[in-house]
Design a protein around this ligand. Structure first.
Ligand code: NAD
Length: 344
C-alpha cells in the first residue's frame, strides 16, 4: 500500500526538535530483523513515530513480523502505521529509512544485495534514503555494503553503521547507546531516529567507525572479564572472602565493569548473572562472536593481538562446554574454578 505524502510540522522525541516548526514530509520506515533486539527496537521506534508515518516489518520468520504488527495495532498510544512485508524488497521499496538488525555479516550483505537488486531503478525518494545497519558485524563487510549502495544508488541513498550496546533490556527500555559511523552531514537526520530507540548516540567518525568502536569496546570487555575471573579466583584460592576482594578491587585500580557490575563470582553482586546461575546477561556465544569479529578486523590490518587471542581461546573452548552454553560470558569463572585455573 502506498502512503500519500503530506507536509506537517516535526513532532520529534528530542527536546530540541520538539519546538521546531520546520515542515517535513511524512516518512516511511522499514525494519528488517525482528529478533531479540530488533523486535524491541522496532516497537519503540513505531510507538514514538507520529501517526501518518508507516513502518514496514520484515523478518525471514514471518510470524515475528505478524506478532509485532498485531501488538503495535492494539497499542492505544498510536504511533506509525505498521505493515507486515513478505520480502525485503517489499519492506524497502517505499522506505525513506531502512533499519536492519541482523545476526551476522553474511545476513547483512545478502539482505542489502537483495534489497538493492529490487529497488534500483525505482524513482528516487524526496530525500536521499537512509540505510541504518545496527547489526554487530565486521567493518570490512559494512564498508563493502556501503560501496554496493553507492554503486547502485549513487546520490540517492546513504548506508551507515550504528551498532548498539545495552542488550535486550536496553532495547526494551529504549535506552540503547548507538555508536554511529556516518558522514558528519547525516548526523542531524540520523540522531532523532536513533533516539527513538535509545538514549545516546555517539558519533564515532565516518562509516565503519561505529563498528570499530563497538568491536574495540567489546574486545576490552572480553579481556577484562577473563582477567577479572582469574584475579577473583586467585584471591579466593588464597583464602579471601570474594566480597571483600571485590570491594578492594572496586575501590582500587583494578576496578572495571566486570568486577563491579557483572562480577563473575556467585553471590558477590546480587543482580549479576553469576548470582542466578549465570542465566540471562550477555551470552558467551555473543561474546565469542564479537571477539572473532575484532580478531578478523585486526587480521585485515596485520595487527597482532596478544591478550585478545588468549581470551578468544578461552571463550571458544568454554562455549563448547555444556555447562556454559547459553549462559552469561562471566561463566568462565566457573570453568577456571573447576579446572584450577587451567581454563576450558
Ligand atoms: P537474533 O538472532 O535474536 O535476531 C536476528 C533476527 O534476524 C531473527 O529474528 C532472524 O529471523 C532474523 N533474520 C536472519 N536473517 C534474516 C534475513 N536475511 N532477513 C530478515 N531477517 C533475518 O539476534 P539479536 O540478539 O537480535 O542480535 C541482532 C544483532 O544485534 C546481532 O548482530 C548482535 O550481535 C547485535 N547485538 C545483540 C545484543 C544482544 O544482547 N542480543 C546486544 C548488542 C548487539
Amino acid at each position: 500500500m502506498s502512503t500519500t505524502r503530506l507536509w506537517r510540522p516535526v513532532k520529534g522525541v528530542a527536546q530540541r526538535r520538539a519546538f521546531s516548526t520546520t515542515p517535513r514530509v511524512l516518512d516511511n520506515y522499514a525494519f528488517i530483523g525482528l529478533g531479540r533486539m530488533g523486535y524491541q527496537m522496532a516497537r519503540n521506534l513505531q510507538s514514538k513515530l507520529p501517526p501518518g508515518d508507516t513502518i514496514r516489518l520484515y523478518d525471514i520468520n514471518q510470524s515475528a513480523a505478524e506478532k509485532l504488527a498485531g501488538e503495535m495495532k492494539t497499542q492505544q498510544a498510536g504511533g506509525a502505521a505498521p505493515e507486515v512485508s513478505t520480502s525485503v524488497a517489499d519492506a524497502a521499496k517505499e522506505a525513506d529509512v531502512v533499519i536492519s538488525c541482523l545476526p551476522e555479516p553474511q545476513h547483512v550483505r545478502s539482505t542489502y544485495e537483495a534489497l538493492l537488486n529490487d529497488i534500483t531503478g525505482l524513482p528516487p525518494r524526496p530525500q536521499s534514503r537512509l540505510f541504518i545497519d545496527s547489526s554487530t558485524i565486521d567493518p570490512h563487510t559494512s564498508s563493502t555494503v556501503r560501496q554496493l549502495v553507492e554503486d547502485k544508488l549513487a546520490g540517492q541513498a546513504h548506508f551507515v553503521d550504528a551498532p548498539m550496546s545495552g542488550g535486550v533490556v536496553g532495547a526494551a527500555a529504549g535506552t540503547l547507546t548507538f555508536m554511529l559511523g556516518s558522514d558528519k552531514s547525516l548526523v542531524s537526520r540520523l540522531e532523532p531516529i536513533l533516539l527513538r530507540m535509545g538514549k545516546r548516540v555517539l558519533h564515532c567518525g565516518p562509516q565503519t567507525a561505529g563498528l570499530a568502536a563497538k568491536l574495540a569496546n567489546n574486545l576490552l570487555l572480553g579481556i577484562q572479564n577473563v582477567g577479572t575471573a582469574e584475579a577473583m579466583l586467585l584471591g579466593v584460592k588464597l583464602g579471601l572472602d570474594p566480597k571483600v576482594l571485590a570491594d578492594v578491587i572496586n575501590a582500587s585500580t583494578g576496578k572495571c565493569w566486570a568486577s563491579e557490575v557483572n562480577n563473575p563470582v556467585p553471590g558477590v553482586v546480587p543482580t549479576a548473572p553469576a548470582s542466578r546461575g549465570y542465566e540471562g546477561g550477555f551470552g558467551i556465544e555473543l561474546m565469542l562472536k564479537d571477539m572473532k569479529l575484532a580478531q578478523d578486523a585486526a587480521r585485515r590490518i596485520d595487527l597482532h593481538q596478544t591478550m585478545a587471542t588468549k581470551a578468544l581461546d578461552v571463550y571458544e573452548k568454554a562455549s563448547k562446554d555444556a555447562e556454559c552454553k547459553g549462559r552469561d560470558f562471566s561463566v568462565v569463572y566457573q570453568v577456571f574454578d573447576k579446572t584450577n585455573g587451567q581454563g576450558p
